[in-house]
Design a protein around this ligand. Structure first.
Ligand SMILES: [Zn+2]
Length: 118
């Protein structure tokens, strides 16, 4: 086993499952928010531009939620496969503090920084 105890992994698994439910709820909401803007409908004080901007914002959120859901799913698969908490790039352990902030972290700090770096 890696650097995490069974108890720690189980508590992360619970958090991942909760995050998955939350994301799926949000995704269902953004689907209904992202309906095409009907330019012929009176939309009160909201200008049409605002409505279009809000729509693209909710599509952006949806995109981010989709990515997060994939990360959560991948982490749950890692739990099932007994390799949760290992970096998907270097296979080294992901720090416990990092997992506590973001249980679905796919990479260790070093790899994440090298992806985000220049
Ligand atoms: Zn790494």
């Amino acid at each position: 086993m890696g650097h995490l105890t069974k108890k720690q992994i189980e508590s992360f698994r619970q958090r991942l499952l909760a995050a998955k439910r939350e994301i799926e709820g949000l995704l269902q909401r953004t689907v209904s928010d992202a309906k095409p803007v009907d330019l012929n409908l009176p939309i009160g004080r909201l200008s049409r531009i605002d409505a279009i901007q809000m729509r693209s914002m909710s599509q952006m959120n949806r995109y981010q939620l989709d990515i997060r859901r994939q990360q959560v799913d991948a982490s749950l698969a890692d739990v099932a496969a007994g390799r949760y908490g290992l970096c998907r790039s270097c296979k080294g352990p992901i720090g416990l503090g990092r997992l506590e902030v973001l249980p679905e972290s796919p990479f260790c700090v070093d790899c994440q920084e090298s992806f985000e770096g220049t």
